[in-house]
Design a protein around this ligand. Structure first.
Ligand SMILES: [Zn+2]
Length: 307
């Protein structure tokens, strides 16, 4: 197989992915205990399957779940949701940041973590034959911890071995350049790196720099109007296209709370495909440009090259 996407139901040739992809979402995610917030618990497989059906009806085909080890990742549940919803789900490997890090991220070696990530991607997760297809979201918090740096080093080794993409969490985009510098320095393939939450740091110069250095600028909090209106996100994307960097933009909605689901009054996994695409159209984005954002770019980022 040439390029492929590694989903919980098996590998699919990238050429056979015809629909739209969201590269930064959460399907089975629980950060409620650390946040002391019951809304931050997205463990409702039946509901999620139904919500993903709406995404599918809107033209969605692939969702990348970036719920790392220790934040609810459960390959069997993802398999079940994929079967029920008809949406292809990519399961991740990697550790989140700060208080979400498991003990072995703090006390284990870089090599042992890298081996774990590689095993998840090449052999299967937790004794199942379900494989991870992406590394992320690995992240740095407001103040970077030594363990977070070591997780990045492990991710780079795992990427080198497997060819999987690395997708990051940043502290509201503030440390995007720091993360990128570190990933470059440790030898990551920057063409396969997405820097997360860039829409939460609205400095166009930083967006341009990330894209020019070859990484993907993830405008991944679409629909989170509590952070900023989507109209500002449209402008950020427009600017990147004007600079000739449209092939380095990822758009997604980081659904991560119960209240983001339609069932609980939220915008759901279909917000990007329905509402945000209409906004792009109104701003004069061409069909090709929209296709780049929702198909080609995310597919290029998460595809793994086969032998
Ligand atoms: Zn996320």
């Amino acid at each position: 197989m040439g390029r492929f996407v590694r989903t919980v139901l098996g590998d699919i040739s990238s050429e056979d992915v015809k629909g739209r992809l969201l590269a930064h979402e959460h399907v089975n995610f629980d950060t409620s205990k650390i946040k002391h917030d019951s809304d931050a618990c997205l463990i409702e497989p039946e509901t999620i399957a139904q919500e993903l059906k709406y995404f599918s009806e809107a033209g969605g085909e692939v969702v990348v779940d970036l719920s790392t080890i220790n934040t609810g990742r459960n390959p069997k549940t993802l398999e079940d949701i994929a079967l029920k919803s008809g949406v292809r789900i990519v399961c991740p490997t990697g550790f989140y940041f700060g208080l979400y890090l498991p003990l072995r991220a703090i006390s284990g070696s870089v090599i042992s973590m890298a081996e774990e990530f590689v095993r998840d991607i090449t052999e299967g997760i937790d004794g199942t034959d379900i494989k991870a297809g992406v590394i992320g979201e690995i992240g740095w918090g407001q103040q970077t911890l030594p363990a977070e740096r070591r997780v990045f080093e492990s991710a780079v080794i795992a990427q080198e071995t497997t060819g999987a993409a690395i997708i990051t969490h940043t502290y509201f985009g503030f440390n995007a350049i720091e993360e990128l510098d570190f990933l470059e320095k440790t030898g990551a393939n920057i063409e396969k790196v997405g820097i997360g939450h860039m829409d939460l740091y609205p400095d166009p110069e930083i967006h341009i720099e990330v894209a020019k250095r070859g990484a993907y600028v993830c405008i991944d909090n679409i629909g989170r109007i509590d952070y900023r209106p989507d109209s500002e996100r449209v402008k950020m994307i427009r600017l990147l296209f004007e600079k000739g960097l449209g092939d380095r933009v990822i758009i997604s909605s980081d659904v991560s709370r119960k209240s983001h689901l339609h069932k609980y009054g939220g915008h759901g996994y279909d917000h990007v495909l329905k509402t945000f695409v209409s906004m792009l159209n109104e701003e004069g984005f061409s069909k090709y440009e929209v296709e780049l954002l929702l198909h080609e770019n995310p597919l290029r980022l998460i595809s793994i090259s086969g032998e």
